[in-house]
Design a protein around this ligand. Structure first.
Ligand SMILES: C[S@@+](CC[C@H](N)C(=O)[O-])C[C@H]1O[C@@H](n2cnc3c(N)ncnc32)[C@H](O)[C@@H]1O
Length: 277
């Protein structure tokens, strides 16, 4: 079984767990918005708005959201930018939910959700120069060949088009400086959350540059400090006692994530890049 199909199966189960604990947005919120006391889902929207404001989208623009989950971020970006979006994942079940949500929000005419084959990210089914912007929210981390994906995302952008997104990353922190020391915390997290290996701010920047993009923003959202999730202490207890499909795996995912956060080696990065004209 390919790693990519393992990830697809992981999301058949994550669908239940993640919806329950995170609603329709499966990514971190904006740290400043969270610190100012905004609720988690609003803090997620704020981060989406920060990213989308740097993409130059307007009515009539076309954007692709890679790894669109059940569509929360895709629909919000379409709403705030007035652009049309196509959200893609390799999981039809997630897309069915996303399409329902698009219809409920009255956005079905502007936002489509398309199911890709597991390794289609290496040859995306869109001609060169199709999109004004491409986005990703905590999806690239699941991809074994991240460099191939960034090459494809760059290829389908129009000249002058922008790539914007955010993702789970690893980094040296405090006493944990070598790859071996970092992997002591990151490998158990990789194993329990279907991640083949985490990149870093530096490796994402390099891959984008090698794909021909000019990187404008490459930022550790928790520079110099420990990363935070949005779960309250009550939700934390619920996560750790979760008994839905593959419950133990998701409990383990939460536990290993918390340990990697506490060691400081887990972080979240935000990126904006442009395809030169
Ligand atoms: C953590 S979820 C994030 C979902 C959404 N971006 C959000 O923030 O709510 C990761 C997403 O990446 C998608 N993904 C993982 N591997 C993929 C692949 N090989 N091809 C396409 N999508 C993939 C998953 O299906 C899922 O939708």
């Amino acid at each position: 079984m390919s790693y990519e199909s393992k990830v697809r199966e992981f999301y058949d189960n994550a669908f239940h767990c993640y919806q329950r604990f995170m609603g329709d947005r499966w990514h971190h919120g904006d740290p400043e918005a969270e610190a100012s006391g905004l609720p988690p889902l609003r803090a997620c929207e704020v981060l989406e708005e920060k990213i989308v404001s740097q993409l130059g989208l307007k009515e009539g623009s076309w954007a692709l959201d890679f790894g669109s989950g059940i569509g929360g971020p895709t629909l919000h970006m379409a709403q705030v930018s007035s652009a049309s979006f196509v959200g893609v994942t390799n999981n039809e079940r997630l897309n069915q939910k996303a399409r329902e949500k698009a219809a409920q929000a009255g956005l079905a005419h502007k936002v489509r959700f398309v199911t890709l084959g597991d390794t289609d990210y290496k040859h995306l089914p869109f001609p060169e120069g199709t999109f004004d912007a491409v986005t990703f929210y905590e999806s690239v981390c699941h991809i074994p060949d991240k460099a191939a994906l960034f090459r494809e995302l760059a290829r389908i952008l129009k000249p002058g088009g922008r790539l914007g997104g955010m993702d789970w990353l690893q980094r040296p922190f405090g006493q944990y400086q070598t790859e071996e020391q970092i992997l002591r915390f990151m490998q158990p997290l990789n194993d329990s959350t279907a991640i083949p290996g985490h990149g870093s701010v530096g490796s994402y920047t390099r891959m984008m540059e090698e794909a021909g993009l000019q990187v404008l923003v490459a930022r550790d959202l928790y520079e110099g400090t420990l990363s935070k999730g949005s779960a309250t202490s009550e939700e934390q207890v619920q996560w750790l006692g979760y008994e839905g499909p593959e419950g133990e795996m998701f409990q383990q995912g939460k536990k290993t994530l918390d340990e990697a956060r506490a060691a400081g080696v887990f972080t979240v990065g935000m990126f904006v890049a442009v395809k030169p004209r």
